[in-house]
Write a protein that binds this ligand. Structure first.
Ligand SMILES: Cc1cc2nc3c(=O)[nH]c(=O)nc-3n(C[C@H](O)[C@H](O)[C@H](O)COP(=O)(O)OP(=O)(O)OC[C@H]3O[C@@H](n4cnc5c(N)ncnc54)[C@H](O)[C@@H]3O)c2cc1C
Length: 248
C-alpha cells in the first residue's frame, strides 16, 4: 500500500507580508517559510495510517529548492520517501493539481492526504482537483478517519456539526485541524532524515488557466474610539452600533 502526502512550503502566518514591486506577488524578503500548517495534519495521518495498515509513505512537493526544508521536516517526523517536483515557475491551482496528480499516478498511491487549504493563496481546491483528475474518491475537511480494508469512513466538519461519509479506496483526504495532533520529530527521526534522499524530478510543463493581475493589502484599520468609561456611555454606544456601524 502506497500512502502519499502532498505538502506545501508557505510563509509563516506570523510573517508581515508586503506586496512585491511587480504588484502581483508577495515580497519574500525576510519571510520565514514553514510547512503549511494543515499539511502537518496530513503528514501525521499518513504516518498513523501506515502504522495501522502497513505500506510505504511518500511526501510530494512542487516548488523550488527551498521546499526541501519542509520536506525534511516530514521525513524527520517519519515519512519514508520524498519527491520534489522542482521548478521556479509560477503555477496556478489547476496546474499544481495536474502536476501533483501525475506524480501520485506514477507513485501508484491509493491513499493521498492533502491539507484542506494552503495558507499562502488559500484556494482550498488542489486536493479535490487532483481527485477529479485521477478519478479517485475524495472527502474534504476531515476531522476523523477510519480505513478498514477497502472501506473509508470519514467525519467532515460542517457548519454547526459533523457529517459522516463512507467511501472506498483509492481516496484523497483533505485534513482539518482536530483530526490529530502532529507529532514532534524525535532526535532519532531527525538523524534518520539526514540519510533519506529527496528525489528531484522536473515536472511536466503545464499552462496556467488563471493569471494574477494585481495584489493589494487591505485598507489600514481605523484607530479605535473610546466613547466613555462607564455605563453612561451605553446609549451612545448603541446609537453608533445602530446608525454608524449598522451591526444591530
Ligand atoms: C514554484 C511556484 C511559484 C509560485 N509563485 C506564485 C506567484 O508568484 N504568484 C501566485 O499567485 N501563485 C504562485 N504560486 C502558487 C502558490 O504557491 C500556491 O501554492 C498554489 O497555487 C496552491 O495554492 P492554493 O491556494 O491553490 O492551494 P490549496 O488548494 O489551498 O492547497 C490545498 C492543499 O494542496 C496541497 N498543495 C498546494 N500546493 C502544493 C504544492 N506546491 N506542492 C505540494 N502540495 C501542494 C497541500 O496539501 C495543500 O494543503 C506558485 C507555485 C509554485 C509551485
Amino acid at each position: 500500500m502506497k500512502i502519499a502526502v502532498c505538502l506545501n512550503h508557505v510563509p509563516d502566518t506570523a510573517s508581515k507580508i508586503s506586496v512585491g514591486p511587480d504588484n502581483k506577488s508577495i515580497d519574500t524578503t525576510g519571510i520565514t517559510f514553514v510547512v503549511n500548517p494543515y499539511d502537518e495534519f496530513a503528514v501525521e495521518e499518513a504516518l498513523k495510517t501506515k502504522e495501522k495498515l502497513g505500506g510505504e509513505t511518500v511526501v510530494i512537493s512542487l516548488g523550488n529548492d527551498n521546499h526541501k526544508e519542509s520536506i525534511k521536516k516530514a521525513l524527520a517526523m517519519g515519512i519514508d520517501n520524498a519527491v520534489l517536483l522542482k521548478t521556479d515557475e509560477i503555477y496556478d491551482s489547476l496546474s499544481v493539481a495536474k502536476t501533483l496528480a501525475n506524480e501520485i499516478k506514477a507513485q501508484k498511491a491509493e491513499i493521498v492526504f492533502f491539507g484542506k487549504q494552503s495558507v499562502d493563496y488559500d484556494n482550498g481546491v488542489v486536493g479535490q482537483m487532483c481527485a477529479e483528475l485521477l478519478g479517485y474518491n475524495s472527502v474534504s475537511v476531515v476531522v476523523a478517519l477510519e480505513i478498514e480494508g477497502n472501506k473509508v469512513k470519514a467525519e467532515r466538519e460542517i457548519e454547526g456539526g459533523r457529517e459522516v461519509v463512507e467511501t472506498e479506496l483509492p481516496v484523497i483526504i483533505t485534513t482539518q485541524k482536530g483530526l490529530n495532533e502532529p507529532r514532534y520529530a524525535s532526535l532519532k527521526g531527525i538523524m534518520a532524515a539526514k540519510k533519506k534522499a529527496i528525489e528531484e524530478k522536473a515536472p511536466e510543463t503545464v499552462s496556467n488557466y488563471t493569471e494574477v493581475l494585481s495584489m493589494k493589502k487591505p485598507p489600514a484599520k481605523q484607530p479605535g474610539r473610546i466613547i466613555g468609561t462607564d455605563a453612561s456611555a451605553v446609549p451612545e454606544l448603541i446609537r453608533l452600533l445602530k446608525e454608524e456601524v449598522k451591526v444591530i
